[in-house]
Write a protein that binds this ligand. Structure first.
Ligand code: NAD
Length: 417
């Protein structure tokens, strides 16, 4: 049989989770498992040494039935088209679930950004926009930051887009620095939104108070570091955290403010030395995932919990701030084991919700204060959680069903199904 080269096989796997609960016609299934547009290109960069190098780059605009596509750009050495496509599929579900007027997209460049100088990083970022122009735009496709891409990178990308188009277009990209049209609160939005949802769902489930909980955080970047900081301020005991260098474990709780300060000044977690870390032990990322705790926050990369380690997980609640950190099969195993998983398309939607606020403020030429942003974010995230939470049901399945119904309805209304 001829192989379907354009199918997103992970989307197919994820859709199996709702089989039986939401029957899909073959045409609907085709629409959901195939991206609308895929761009594969290379970015030639003059390195500081004078040598020319080319980097593989991808952008997948998965589904645009609900509006212009929206999704981050990742700079990572392991990125490939399959992963970008899966992340774009999930992004489409996320914007749909949160009732945003956007479709889903994702981009990636195959690069180890830590090896680039600032100038090389700028040339690569500008090259990404040149490679995609004219397929980006405030009413077409709006990128944002993701793993190893920063507000500074968004600033260079906005500038490159405007240099080519010859017109100001702040809404072409979100996650920008404040001075270039960024939204207040965007830097902490993913973590903040995730914690609003965690608190809200814990109260619906009549869980103990958040401040009585023990927490483990995998990943100590934008999502993980801010989540650890907010949870620590709320009084939770953060017993372990990790970054790509490895993890730290301290049974009595880690001094999060010390770790945040050191990490922000560029020190890897496992290189931090401080008196308050006397009893801290180094721990592998694998062992960290299996620690007994109330809440495990996954805030690094995808594919962290698989059929190999799912049965060893001892957390009661998992908050998926990362995208796709649990593979589809393992999700069912965890549910049957009684672990309450708050799925990525709900848990980390705070990022894209405040990105939507940023886009809307840019289009209107206005700027909201932080209080207004956070109050709107809390209202929207808790309303979305309320719209899908059903006691005893798998929350991922409920989230998928709502998101998919909205996309399919829009496809039908457009006459494309
Ligand atoms: P980031 O680049 O700021 O941080 C990533 C962190 O993960 C770093 O601390 C890195 O050291 C760590 N890491 C990398 N490999 C690791 C490993 N094997 N084990 C443990 N830690 C590891 O990225 P981010 O923006 O915080 O994104 C993290 C996750 O959250 C990604 O899956 C991303 O798609 C998702 N996400 C982010 C946002 C956002 O607004 N930043 C929004 C939605 C989803």
């Amino acid at each position: 049989m001829k192989r379907d080269k354009t199918i997103c096989s992970h989307a197919e796997e994820y859709l199996k989770l709702i089989e039986g609960e939401l029957p899909l016609s073959p045409e609907e299934k085709f629409c959901l498992t195939h991206p609308a547009r895929v761009y594969i290109f290379t970015i030639p960069i003059r390195m500081d040494s004078g040598e020319m190098r080319r980097f593989n780059a991808y952008r997948v605009q998965y589904n645009d039935a609900l509006g212009p596509t929206k999704g981050g750009i990742r700079f990572h050495p392991d990125i490939d088209l399959e992963e970008v496509s899966t992340l774009a599929f999930l992004m489409g579900l996320k914007t749909s679930l949160s009732d945003l007027p956007f479709g889903g997209a994702k981009g990636g460049v195959e690069v180890e950004p830590k090896t680039l100088s600032k100038g090389e990083l700028e040339r690569l970022s500008r090259g990404f926009v040149r490679g995609l122009y004219p397929n980006l735009g405030p009413q077409k496709d709006i990128p944002a930051p993701d793993v190893y891409t920063t507000p500074q990178i968004m600033a260079w990308m906005r500038d490159e887009f405007e240099r080519i188009s010859g017109a100001s277009a702040p809404a072409v990209i979100t996650g920008k620095p404040l001075a270039l049209g960024g939204s207040r609160g965007r830097d902490v939005a993913t973590a903040k939104g995730g914690i609003y949802i965690l608190e809200h769902l814990c109260s619906l489930r009549r869980e103990k108070w958040l401040q009585e909980m023990t927490v483990v955080v995998q990943g100590f970047g934008n999502a993980g570091l801010n989540a650890a900081e907010i949870l620590s301020e709320k009084g939770c005991k953060i017993i372990a955290v990790s970054d790509s260098s490895g993890g730290l474990f301290q049974k009595e709780g880690l001094p999060i403010h010390v770790l945040v300060e050191a990490k922000k000044s560029g020190t890897a977690l496992t290189d931090i030395s401080h008196g308050s870390l006397r009893d801290a032990k180094k721990i592998s990322n694998e062992a960290l995932l299996e620690l007994p705790c109330d809440v495990l926050v996954l805030a690094a990369l995808g594919g962290q919990i698989t059929m190999q380690n799912a049965s060893h997980i001892e957390a009661r609640i998992i908050l998926e701030l990362a995208n796709a950190p649990i593979i589809a099969e393992a999700d069912t195993l965890l549910f049957n084991k009684g672990v309450f998983v708050i799925p990525d398309i709900l848990a980390n939607a705070g990022g894209v919700i405040v990105s939507y606020f940023e886009w809307a403020q840019n289009l209107e030429g206005i700027s909201w204060d932080e209080k207004e942003v956070f109050s709107k974010l809390q209202k929207q995230t808790t309303a979305v959680a309320d719209s899908i939470y059903l006691e005893g049901k798998n929350l991922r399945t409920c989230a998928y069903i709502k998101a998919i119904r909205r996309i399919l309805e829009a496809e039908k209304l457009r006459g494309r199904l």
